[in-house]
Design a protein around this ligand. Sequence first.
Ligand SMILES: Nc1ncnc2c1ncn2[C@@H]1O[C@H](COP(=O)(O)OP(=O)(O)O)[C@@H](O)[C@H]1O
Ligand SMILES: [Mg+2]
Length: 263
Amino acid sequence: MLDLSNITKVFYPGTVNEKMALDNVNLHVNKGDVICIVGSNGSGKSTLFNLISGTYPVTNGKIIFDGTDITASPEYKRAMTIGRIFQDPTKGTAANMSIEDNMITAESKGMKGLRISLNNEKREHFRSLLQFIGLQDRLKDNVGLLSGGQRQALTLLMTVMSRPKMLLLDEHTAALDPRNAQIVMDLTEHFIAEYKLTALMVTHNMQFAINFGNRLIMMDEGTIILDVSGEEKSKLTVEELVRLFKNLRNKTYANDEALLTKE
Ligand SMILES: Nc1ncnc2c1ncn2[C@@H]1O[C@H](COP(=O)(O)OP(=O)(O)O)[C@@H](O)[C@H]1O
Ligand SMILES: [Mg+2]
């Protein structure tokens, strides 16, 4: 489904601020994979998403999506098939538009640009979808009136309505209180299963990363240092994960002269 080959991203190359955010990353994502991504701050998780969605060009490497080379394809084109949700609940919806107008925009995107109009039949359909997130009676309310949790739930619903093949979730519950975070996570699980989506999800919650999805990836300093799936993943504990992280880091440092000489 998604193949990243030898992906490198260097910010400000050739300057004193030069920063290698991703260092020769290779990742093969199978259709239906639900992958949790963990790793310390600055390890390159968001950069990985920025390169997959085309926000930034790669410095080196190739991105194949569904058999097509999309390395040079613009962000707006990739957005037709790759849905992305950010930590900030205000990012995925238009505050000064009603819920129904936001939804019609999302559905039009799913119809690949075909114009659809808002009639009573459509409103009924939206109402039934909104029932999932408890907003069925608020079609005409402006999105700006919603709480962060409601807004993130709506963003999730709208993203799914736009019929992506892949979801990129970048700590999308981190800004919510624990109760709303759980609601949005349950919805995420529900939509991924219902629409058989392939998903990559960045999370800081290690326990969550162990429980959710079929595969877990750990990043550090711009590289993937751990990639476990299936039974191996579900048997993990948080302590084991932390231990693995320490071991892998030491191993990487001990074996990699380039890293040692950097210090
Ligand atoms: N737009 C940018 N310009 C310059 N440096 C960036 C940019 N985005 C990310 N970086 C740098 O790349 C590294 C990886 O960042 P990021 O991918 O955001 O990490 P994570 O999401 O894992 O916390 C960091 O050192 C960060 O400062
Ligand atoms: Mg990030």
